[in-house]
Design a protein around this ligand. Structure first.
Ligand SMILES: Nc1ncnc2c1ncn2[C@@H]1O[C@H](COP(=O)(O)OP(=O)(O)OP(=O)(O)O)[C@@H](O)[C@H]1O
Ligand SMILES: [Zn+2]
Length: 736
């Protein structure tokens, strides 16, 4: 072969990132007459026995052995879809490197809707217009159709059938006679374009200052990270809506708003619709296949303008992203713990940088990470220190459960009970917060002391009395609640220990038999729309008392809710990991923040066995700043994140000895050096999960160490024992 034809051959080599767990793109041969597609274009290629859609990639970033041209498999075809843009491809590479995941699995999250890439199916619509031929016989059924269609709106045959109450044959007949004309339209219609109302709300002084900063950054079209730190009810949403208004002035701009999954609720949508005239485009697990296809396609085409979604929306293929908002940025649900382990808030910052657009992290309880970034000047801090309008922060009362607690077997202290009584009398609402689903977290045999555990996990089974079942909250295993102890077979000896929301419901019903009560948990709100209906009931005053898990803490605004009771303020502090204090503080501030948001003042009751605990004291005094300062000092002293870096290794497998052996090998090969600390291996708190044994290791380094390189080198020196997996979690949030 001459050098020239060799070059020409090389021009036919393309690197393709395929949605599979591979370390780098694969090379393919681009056969046929068309020039090889440039990076970003989507192509169909063979992968093993499958055909997959991948992106042509700049393979130079990934080192590896080059396969000889003659051995390359040919690509199948170009895919007729908008190419991925450079910023998104950069994000894929970056997130893969940071989280130590296969880049193909990150790309898979971007191309999460393969059907959208296949082109949208078309559906037949019929319409009528003046001058079309009249049918030969005008039967009543035909007349009904023509009357309906006189408005000129195109409808599918089935819509016409339904609306006019006629059979398919009638419609077919009219079409054959030329009285209705058919046109083919893509099934997926574009979304309505948001149009901000000319007049927004009159912003308060602090709100206006914050909104101006954000709008200026949007207009400047450059990377600019903000921390919007405003107390609960201070009107953060209205502030970042101003940024959205500014961005929409560019007719091609797209805006992404990330919310924790369970905060994606009717209230937020109503407010958006109020301001922008239409609902935003939604992206989360509940929208179904067709909804995903439509949303993905419209986003990729650049037509979907404002998208609101849960964490996975971060990887959508926007064409011209001009603003990212991460609301409730402290929320732990932004960390994905399965599959690719990533933190959507942190990766949002990276995406904003690559897209060169502003980013707003909003919270009443900013995470330590964001707080420290703001202090260091990496983020610009915008503060809102007052509630909107006349509303004041609620009063706080700590109930010392050691002296002021309820009788044994009850969970509501007298002081809280009388406060609820009082609200009932005044026609106001109360909310009780207990972050525990089910009836009781533990079932114990009074005779032999046996505790009922999950057979596959090291966890107790939780009683769900309404279903008469014991359920594992880790793997979903469940069994009928037995009558006899499974261990000693004694009858009637099993007793529930501790409260869950169902048990609390029992107590509330007994105490306040006439109160209108609802329980809000992921068990009671299972269908799409359940949450919206419940929220509407609270808003309309159809409920007096709401019992809920953390599902009720997110962003709700119920003006008539004036009493919040935290049943167990110490719950999140037990078995404390690195962030237990911070997280409990955030959760309690958020739940407390639901009280007194209207013109009536609110009171929050915290039931605690440890009122002197810094977290409880911080909530009671309202001095969260002092608490977070102390937390920060502590983290800094021990070089914990964000002042140091952490990576967790979870070693798991079906055979305990193999897991232990792998841990030993890791320990022997552990990295050493200044400021590097390796902890473990030790059994994980959740030592068995879904039948697999789990051990953990933790490596801690200084802020300036490239912990990924350290871990990669380490893993390269160790061969796991058979059937053992090692999962790496950079910046771990879960220590279970
Ligand atoms: N400038 C304003 N004019 C009129 N109403 C406002 C204004 N600012 C805020 N509000 C209203 O005040 C209420 C609280 O605002 P919002 O829900 O945005 O607070 P928040 O800061 O997001 O609170 P949280 O952190 O608790 O979710 C909402 O009903 C909102 O519509
Ligand atoms: Zn289990």
């Amino acid at each position: 072969m001459t050098a020239e034809s060799d070059d020409m051959g090389e021009a036919r080599r393309i690197s393709v990132m395929v949605p599979a767990p591979l370390d780098s793109p694969l090379d393919y041969l681009w056969a046929g007459d068309m020039p090889a597609p440039a990076p970003g274009h989507l192509v169909e290629v063979p992968l093993g026995k499958r055909r997959v859609i991948g992106g042509v990639w700049d393979g130079g970033r990934y080192k590896g052995r080059q396969v000889a041209l003659a051995k390359l498999k040919p690509a199948i075809r170009p895919v007729d879809a908008a190419p991925l843009d450079a910023a998104l491809m950069k994000l894929v590479d970056w997130v893969a490197a940071y989280t130590m995941s296969a880049p193909g699995m990150i790309l898979k999250m971007c191309l999460s809707v393969p059907e959208a890439l296949e082109g949208v199916p078309v559906r037949k619509h019929l319409f009528w217009r003046e001058g079309l031929s009249a049918p030969d016989k005008l039967t009543p059924a035909r007349k009904a159709v023509l009357t309906l269609m006189a408005d000129g709106i195109a409808r599918t045959p089935s819509e016409i059938g339904e609306l006019a109450g006629v059979s398919a044959a009638v419609i077919k007949g009219l079409e054959e006679q030329g009285a209705l004309v058919a046109e083919m339209r893509p099934v997926d219609q574009p979304f309505a374009v948001p149009m901000p109302k000319a007049e927004g709300p009159v912003l308060g002084r602090e709100q206006q200052t914050a909104a101006d900063s954000i709008s200026a950054a949007v207009a400047a079209k450059d990377f600019a990270p903000f921390l919007l730190d405003g107390i609960t009810g201070s009107g953060k949403t209205e502030v970042y809506f101003e940024g959205v208004v500014e961005a929409l002035k560019d007719p091609t701009a797209q805006i992404l708003v990330l919310l924790p999954e369970i905060a994606l609720t009717a209230q937020w949508f109503d407010r958006f619709a109020d301001r922008f005239g239409v609902e935003p485009v939604v992206w989360h697990s509940d929208i179904g296949q067709a909804g995903r296809r439509r949303a993905w396609g419209e986003i990729a085409a650049g037509r979907a303008r404002v998208v609101v979604g849960a964490r996975s929306a971060l990887f959508l293929p926007f064409r011209n992203l001009r603003l990212i908002i991460v609301d409730e940025e402290h929320d732990p649900s932004y960390k994905q713990e399965e599959g690719v382990i990533y933190h959507a808030r942190d990766m949002a910052v990276v995406r904003a940088k690559f897209e060169a657009c502003p980013l707003v992290l909003a919270s009443a309880t900013p995470s330590m990470e964001s707080r420290v970034n703001a202090k260091a000047g990496r983020y610009k801090e915008l503060r809102l220190t007052e509630r909107h309008g006349a509303a004041e922060l609620p009063a706080m009362r700590v109930i010392d459960m050691r002296h002021e607690g309820p009788a044994s077997g009850e969970w509501i202290a007298p002081m809280l009970a009388s406060a609820i009584e009082d609200r009932l009398g005044r026609g106001e609402q109360s909310m009780l917060f207990l972050n525990r689903r089910g009836y009781a977290p533990l079932t114990l045999c009074r005779t032999c002391g046996h505790r009922i555990e999950c057979p596959a996990c090291s966890a107790w089974l939780v009683e769900h009395r309404s279903e008469r079942r014991l359920v594992c909250h880790h793997c979903g295993h469940s069994m009928r609640t037995p009558d006899n102890c499974p261990e000693c077979d004694d009858t009637g000896s099993l007793v529930p220990c501790g409260p869950g929301v169902e048990r609390l419901q029992e107590e509330v019903t007994a105490r306040f038999p006439t109160a209108r009560l609802a329980v809000m948990t992921s068990d009671t709100l299972t269908r799409p729309g359940d949450m919206a209906r419940m929220v509407a009931m609270i808003e309309s005053g159809a409920l007096d008392i709401v019992i809920g898990t953390q599902i009720v803490t997110k962003g709700y605004h119920f003006p008539n809710l004036t009493c919040v009771g935290v049943i167990d303020a110490d719950l999140g502090l037990r078995g404390g990991d690195l962030r237990a204090g911070e997280r409990t503080w955030q959760q309690l501030v958020q739940v407390a923040g639901r009280a007194g948001r209207g013109d009536k003042p609110g009171t929050v009751f915290l039931q605690s066995y440890d009122p002197a605990h810094p977290v409880v004291a911080a909530i009671a005094t309202g001095d969260g700043e002092a608490f977070m300062e102390a937390e920060e000092a502590e983290r800094s002293r021990f070089h914990m994140p964000p002042f140091g870096r952490l990576a967790a290794l979870v070693i798991s497998g079906p055979d305990l000895a193999a897991v232990v052996e792998t841990g030993r090998r890791l320990a022997r090969a552990a990295p050493q050096g200044d400021g590097i600390h390796v902890l473990g291996p030790a059994p994980a708190p959740l030592a068995r999960l879904r039948g697999l044994h789990r051990h953990r290791m933790l490596v801690q380094t200084g802020r300036d160490t490239l912990i990924q390189d350290l871990v990669a080198g380490w893993l390269g020196r160790v061969k796991p024992a058979s059937a053992v997996k090692i999962r790496v979690d950079i910046d771990p949030y879960s220590f279970m």
